[in-house]
Ligand binder design. Sequence first.
Ligand code: PHE
Length: 360
Amino acid sequence: MTDTANLDTLESDVLEQIGATTDEAGLDAVRVAAIGKKGSVSLLMRGLGKMTPKERQVMGPALNGLKTRLGDAITARKEALESAALDAALVSERVDVSLPVRPTPTGSLHPITQVMEELAVIFADMGFAVAEGTDVEDDFHNFTALNFPEGHPARDTQDTFFMKPDADGNRKVLRTHTSPVQIRTMMSEEPPIRIIAPGRVYRCDWDQTHTPMFHQVEGLVIDKETHMGHLKGTLLDFLAAFFETDKVEARFRPHHFPFTEPSAEMDVRYERVGQAVKVGSGTEWMEILGCGMVHPNVIRNCGLDPDVYQGFAFGMGVDRLAMLKYGAPDLRDFFNSDKRWLAHYGFSPLLQANMATGLS
Ligand code: PHE
């Protein structure tokens, strides 16, 4: 075909086909048939080589022009089809603003977080501020200042996790209790002192009521005329507020801690009902805290005069309290990160916000 008139016919045929397409697939088929590798225009271009120079002079530019125009027409059609598709979608796919939103999964607060918050609120009402220490402690704050004798086996009774010795041979520890915060507070603040110190503590232990990491809230009161009656009253008031009943029965058992004298442990009455733990009835006792009057040596170690200042301290197991209040039977489940367990025992963050701000 060396006649440009035929090219005109071909051009109008293809333009007509382009105009008749209704979707991208159809348009692409037309493109392939006309200017694709084996399309009609491309085949004609391949014939250029066999033409006389004179013919080629005419047909070369004619074919190139044709190819460009068809390409442009295809692009224009493609854009037109796309915008028509968009228009159609805008008309048919309306957003129904009256549909209810799909529920998005919300996280829940771990019972430990919940109980920590409850404790802070209860003790804040009694005038206690919150103090903090560090999880990695030195021997002085965790033991020595708390009147654990140097080299005494008492240092091992808490199944301590020791860190590798540092350059001068001292071994830091993962704190075995929150009592070092007593020391930090007495060394940095003037009495009267009234603080609680919530935090993680670590001991090498593992059974139904022991995990190697657990939580305590330490309490410390240092003032001029503090006595054991204040300690007992504070803890019994706390129990009633925490369990929201006066019926929780507690007993104080004499005990020994190097840092308090006299010392006691407090247990609450409970029973197991099926799998759950129920507080206030039954024949079993669960130890929930250690307490006592701060030992004069400890007060002296912190630079205060024990003849002027006395006080009491307690350290309660937050995890045990959570087990008792919310009925979870096995402490180990608290730290297994099982979402189903959390969904069951967890708390709504919104409710907690209300509780902390007193707006519920
Ligand atoms: N630190 C003790 C423990 O972890 C508890 C305690 C705290 C006892 C304060 C007396 C006073 O077992």
